[in-house]
Design a protein around this ligand. Structure first.
Ligand SMILES: Cc1ncc(COP(=O)(O)O)c(C=O)c1O
Length: 418
């Protein structure tokens, strides 16, 4: 008998919102002080959130920003990325990562992924050229990538490492939180993420100079003094701003969500590993390789099949067994339906769309010879994995009965499709 009720929506942090977040938002509104740098009765929510997030990730500095996209733009500005540079990024990504590189005037270079669904270290090595300035490792779909190997490559080759932890807040590798392996780590707190205020982001680093550059770049291009006034007499930090400050309202909410994050991720991880364990009995299913299962946030389950036909048949059967969510969510899809997470679906990248009317940055003489082909086929391992894999979001509020339904549906689908 197929499941009748749709699965809960996938938004992990939202399911845990309650009176605590409401009280936090009201506190800011009652103080009539929604701006971070000064106010009528400033509550210093952003500052407190930054201290708490730095402690949580084990990093010296945290800078709260308006979005993950803003965090990427700020980080690349702080790192001094520009024309003539190539930045390596994975074939399984999000559009904001490629956009941040292109907006800086640099050239994105795709590296293939492996069965971690994150950067393949060997592919990264093969893409390094004399123009390469850095690597962006994205911890995709809730689980960390092989960050220790990528960190070793970056150090050996003198490249920066930027970790995009937007989809993996709270994740860790061998006891160390993601975000602290790179020169800079960035996070998004948009609604699909492990913790959320609807929008928001954060950047973490252990490097004082990068922190101070980021602080200037995320705001109006200049640092601020203790009273929140802009400072113009430090030439090293006299830069250009991205206009992506965090506000007090969202920071107050994020402080509450950060306290709940370990519960949110352990709930998803528990559900995911119960399902994974049940699937191990089926030889036709390959489970995503997870660098360190204890550090997996559990937000997504990825299963891979011998060919695209089997993957689609299993997916169709799971859906007919009721493994679907409400119309406003996306769940249980073959990965080829995963939109801008697939490099070749990023039309602006494939078409070399320019930022200005003259062709920037593809037309720059500094970038001559560096421009890449981003069409399907550029990363064959990723292409194959996308076609042969199914992505299931693991909601943070699954009951044991929901998990039973998912396991039973997989058993039915796998028996029918093997
Ligand atoms: C890997 C990754 N990077 C960056 C972002 C951008 O974050 P935001 O939507 O907060 O700008 C996202 C959000 O979807 C993401 O998944």
């Amino acid at each position: 008998m197929p499941r009748q009720k749709p699965l809960p929506l996938e938004f992990p942090g939202v399911h845990y919102m309650d009176e605590d977040e409401i009280a936090a938002a009201v506190r800011v509104l009652r103080a009539k002080s929604p701006f971070r740098y000064y106010g009528v009765d400033l509550q210093r929510e952003v500052e407190s959130f930054e201290e708490e997030f730095a402690r949580f990730t084990g990093c010296r500095f945290a800078l709260a920003v308006g979005s993950g996209t803003g965090a990427l733009a700020t980080a690349l500005s702080a790192l001094g990325v520009g024309p003539g540079q190539e930045v390596i990024l994975p074939a399984y990504l999000w559009v904001s990562v490629a956009a941040a590189v292109v907006n800086q005037g640099a050239i994105p270079v795709l590296a293939d992924i492996d069965d971690t669904f994150c950067l393949d270290p060997a592919s990264v090595e093969s893409r390094i050229t004399p123009r390469t300035s850095g690597i962006i490792l994205i911890h995709m779909s809730g689980a960390p990538g092989d960050v220790e190997s990528i960190q070793a490559i970056a150090r050996k080759r003198g490249l920066f490492l930027l970790e995009d932890c937007s989809q993996c807040a709270g994740g860790s590798v061998h006891g160390k939180k993601v975000g602290g392996f790179g020169d800079i780590g960035i996070f998004s707190f948009q609604m699909n993420k492990n913790m959320t205020a609807g929008e928001g982001g954060c950047l973490v680093t252990n490097d004082l100079r990068l922190y101070r550059r980021s602080e200037a770049c995320h705001d109006l291009g200049y640092p601020r003094d203790d009273a929140g006034r802009l400072v113009f007499d430090e030439p090293e930090f006299c830069l250009w701003g991205k206009g992506c400050r965090m506000d007090e309202l969202r920071a107050a909410i994020l402080r509450v969500q950060l306290r709940k994050l370990p519960h949110i991720t352990s709930a998803m991880r528990r559900s995911k590993y119960r399902i994974r364990q049940a699937l191990q009995r089926f030889p036709g299913v390959q489970l995503r390789r997870i660098a360190d299962p204890l550090g997996d946030t559990g937000a997504f389950l990825i299963t891979t099949y011998r060919d695209r036909e089997t993957a689609s048949a299993v997916n169709r059967r799971l859906r007919s067994e009721g493994i679907v969510t409400l119309p406003q969510g996306i769940n249980n899809i073959v990965m080829t339906e995963w939109g801008l997470h697939l490099y070749y679906n990023n039309a602006s990248l494939v078409r070399h769309s320019s930022v200005d009317s003259a062709g920037f940055p593809w037309n720059l003489k500094e970038n001559a010879g560096a421009v890449q082909n981003y069409s399907k086929g550029a990363c064959p391992v990723a292409d194959g994995l996308f076609e042969r894999s199914i992505l299931l979001a693991v909601p943070s509020c699954l009951s044991p009965a929901d998990e039973d339904d998912i396991i039973a549906a997989f058993e039915t689908a796998l028996r029918a499709c093997q």
